[in-house]
Write a protein that binds this ligand. Structure first.
Ligand SMILES: [Zn+2]
Ligand SMILES: [Zn+2]
Ligand SMILES: [Zn+2]
Length: 140
């Protein structure tokens, strides 16, 4: 991992007033490096530490979610996917593009879609997340 990722992770934790633990810094670095939403299992695999068990990762993610550094992007194959929240607002997450051939997901952070209005009486929209499907450049 690039050395500046470590500095970035530490600065993010400091700005969020969260104590800098190795686990928190590691998860932030894994998410920064990935540049796309990852499931808990993918985070575990990429964090590369055997003692970094599921419970620890879950608790660490919870603390990062609480301060808004990380957010839940979407569910895929029954697994929640997490990503850094720095490209999102409270009401809208950037669209995600998933390739139907290779399954790769890309964050489309440069696209901002108009917020949908509530379709029926009684529904309150809190947050908009859009998924796009098609072929990625490698598969098209
Ligand atoms: Zn997002
Ligand atoms: Zn593809
Ligand atoms: Zn994303």
């Amino acid at each position: 991992m690039k050395p500046n990722l470590d500095t970035q992770a530490r600065e993010m934790l400091r700005a969020a007033k969260l104590y800098c633990t190795e686990g928190r810094a590691t998860i932030l670095k894994v998410l920064m490096k990935a540049g796309r939403p990852l499931s808990q299992n993918e985070i575990a695999r990429r964090s590369g530490k055997k003692h970094f068990d599921k419970v620890t990762i879950y608790r660490t993610l919870e603390s990062l979610l609480r301060v808004g550094l990380v957010h839940r992007a979407f569910m895929e194959k029954r697994a929640r996917h997490f990503e850094l929240a720095h490209h999102c607002t409270e009401s809208q997450c950037h669209p995600h593009f998933t390739c139907t051939n290779c399954g790769d997901t890309t964050c489309l952070t440069e696209i901002s879609l108009p917020m949908a209005s509530s379709p029926h009486k009684g529904f309150v929209i809190h947050r908009q997340q859009v998924r796009l499907e098609g072929l990625c450049p490698a598969c098209a």
